[in-house]
Design a protein around this ligand. Structure first.
Ligand SMILES: Cc1cc2nc3c(=O)[nH]c(=O)nc-3n(C[C@H](O)[C@H](O)[C@H](O)COP(=O)(O)OP(=O)(O)OC[C@H]3O[C@@H](n4cnc5c(N)ncnc54)[C@H](O)[C@@H]3O)c2cc1C
Length: 554
């Protein structure tokens, strides 16, 4: 590679789960993609174990969901035990609404998922992966990026692209190189994480009232015992995950000793029946990058934010980042809308991520209590809330809508529910028909919606489509299975919806004139922009752009 200048439309640095999803999406969108990864194998320590239905929809968009159902299984929910060992709180995953809907919560084994995502990239001739290549410096302007680094043989390389996606994880070299700071939301706890295979049956500590749905492996358990906060998560097959908060005075190395690990696990399983796969001590933290876009460079995944894993959302955030960024880049690449269109990436994603981080920090702060009196107060509070909400809070409810950015301020921001439709006699997901494009969805056709030919032409030129979903299928109309779409539209008091390529709703239109206004507003932001419109964030600090990482990293 020495002396060669690599080039692509998009360079993705980091082939963790977020970089791999971003690369699959960018390849699907037709970009010429270069992936640079410093390691040869996926990260070996235990990390993510659960993802939600929205993430499965993104995997479906890249054609990998059906395959991934083979290495995932549904998680029914999570039960919290209080300091007296009895349940104080519960979360439940809703069952899929129909045969084509995905499970709300899916358990997996991160190395297997990463392997499947990497394998998926082999389908694309427009993706080049260079492993053993460590990026060391970046120059990022509004029009292009230039990277330099060293390969495994310490030879220098250079690479250029229109866009750079920094998916290089929590200690992101690119973030540091561009001088982007982190906002510390103020949570830090050390937890020991153990992945193990359990051969044979579990044993259950007598002090705890273990509900049947935990015993049979459908639910995870959050042990809020002030003497030793801990978590038990059932994995796929024989895989089980234990997480223990490390108490004051406990040293990382001592906690990781196999003898000490087996001692802990012996409360739950006969040590002769357990095989430790791996263990690690993590500092769970809550951090958000101050700037997610710097010229043509975008931060995604752990490079942009870190979330304490109490709701299993860190990787999910990153995969949403990728899904919400790639269609924007694809549109910007073809149609050059104004700069704000790309700045909206952070405008939308940051509050979304912060909301979930705040919920995770609250959950973490409650779980990590070691003072018995405060733990009893927490137990009472959770029990009271649990009675009031009748235990019906679903894990999916933690993920908020989009509240700002490219949406109709009055009606936009929700995720489009999953619908099944019949197309030419075959039942398919509506997501498949949307195919990652803008769409007007309605039980009415474009004549009934009074869409003018000129508006329709502009809509199509901007990459939009019109999809009619009615009680009976025809060549022009998809058939609404069990009238779920019609019922949802009537509950939402809408005659049409404008959906974005990431399946978030731009707007719900109660009348034809609302629809016309929303289309016009949206097209105003999608069509080639006013060159005079400045970026909404300052991005051009030449010194920061050109600072070399080597020797200059934080
Ligand atoms: C204990 C624990 C439990 C978790 N549980 C969950 C969960 O259940 N659900 C969930 O959604 N999330 C969970 N998370 C969070 C999740 O694991 C992370 O958010 C996710 O792995 C981050 O993915 P990423 O691709 O952004 O970064 P990473 O996976 O860290 O990937 C970064 C990649 O960039 C490469 N790289 C770095 N620097 C360079 C460079 N200079 N040049 C080239 N390559 C480079 C690295 O080698 C690496 O491959 C958990 C985390 C922990 C610690």
């Amino acid at each position: 590679m020495q002396g060669q200048v690599l080039s692509a439309d998009i360079i993705i640095v980091g082939l963790g789960p977020v970089g791999a999803v971003a690369a699959n999406l960018a390849a699907t969108a037709g970009f010429d993609v270069l992936v640079l990864e410093k390691e040869f194998e996926p990260f070996a320590l235990p990390r993510a174990i659960v993802f939600d239905a929205e993430i499965m929809r993104i995997f479906d968009q890249i054609g990998l969901a059906e395959e991934l159902t083979g290495i995932t299984r549904p998680l029914g929910g999570s039960i919290y035990l209080g300091s007296d060992g009895h349940p104080i709180r519960s979360f439940h995953s809703r069952r899929p609404a129909h045969s084509k809907a995905w499970w709300q919560s899916n358990i997996f084994y991160q190395p297997q998922l990463e392997a499947a995502l990497r394998k998926g990239l082999a389908r694309y001739p427009n993706v080049r992966i260079e492993q053993g290549c460590e990026v060391q410096s970046v120059v990022s302007t509004d029009d292009s990026v230039t990277l330099t680094g060293k390969d495994i043989s310490k030879r220098h390389f250079e690479a250029k692209a229109r866009y750079l996606l920094a998916c290089d994880g929590a200690s992101s070299s690119i973030r540091k190189c561009l001088g982007i700071g982190l906002d510390d939301i103020g949570f830090e706890e050390r937890w020991l994480v153990i992945d193990a295979y359990v051969n044979g049956s579990m044993r259950w500590p007598e002090f705890y009232e273990i509900p049947p749905e935990v015993r049979d492996g459908r639910y995870s358990l959050m042990v809020c015992d002030p003497r030793q906060p801990a978590t038990l998560i059932p994995g796929v097959g024989k895989h089980r995950r234990w997480e223990y908060m490390l108490l004051q005075g406990e040293r990382d190395e001592e906690a990781r000793q196999p003898r000490r690990i087996l001692e802990r696990l012996s409360d739950w399983v006969d040590p002769g029946n357990v095989e430790i796969i791996r263990s690690a001590v993590y500092r769970f933290r809550a951090l958000v990058a101050e700037t997610w876009r710097h010229g043509s460079t975008f931060l995604l995944g752990d490079a942009a934010h870190q979330t304490p894993p109490f709701f299993g959302q860190g990787m999910c955030h990153g995969i949403r980042d990728a899904a919400q960024l790639i269609w924007r880049l694809s549109h910007a690449f073809r149609q050059a809308p104004n700069q704000r269109f790309l700045d909206d990436y952070q405008v939308e994603r940051e509050p979304h991520v912060r909301e979930i981080i705040a919920a995770s920090v609250r959950a973490g702060a409650a779980v990590c209590i070691t003072d018995p009196e405060r733990a009893r107060d927490r137990d009472n509070e959770f029990r009271t809330t649990e009675i009031a909400r009748k235990g019906t809070v679903a894990i999916a409810d933690i993920v908020p809508p989009i509240r700002s950015g490219l949406i109709d301020a009055e009606t936009g921001g929700l995720r489009l529910p999953e619908f099944a439709v019949a197309d030419d006699g075959a039942v398919v997901r509506l997501d498949t028909k949307l195919n990652g494009r803008f769409a007007i969805l309605s039980p009415h056709d474009s004549c009934e919606l009074k869409l003018e030919p000129r508006t329709l032409a502009r809509w199509k030129a901007a990459g939009g489509q019109v999809i009619t979903i009615g009680a009976y299928g025809s060549e022009e109309m998809l058939c609404d299975i069990e009238e779920r779409f019609a019922n949802w539209m009537s509950e939402s008091k809408a005659i049409a919806i404008l959906v974005r390529p990431d399946r978030y709703i731009y707007g719900l239109a109660p009348t034809a004139s609302d629809l016309h206004r929303q289309i016009s507003d949206l097209l105003g932001q999608l069509e080639p922009g006013d060159a005079a419109c400045p970026p909404s964030k300052p991005t051009q600090d030449k010194e920061a752009h050109e600072s070399l990482l080597v020797g200059g990293a934080k």
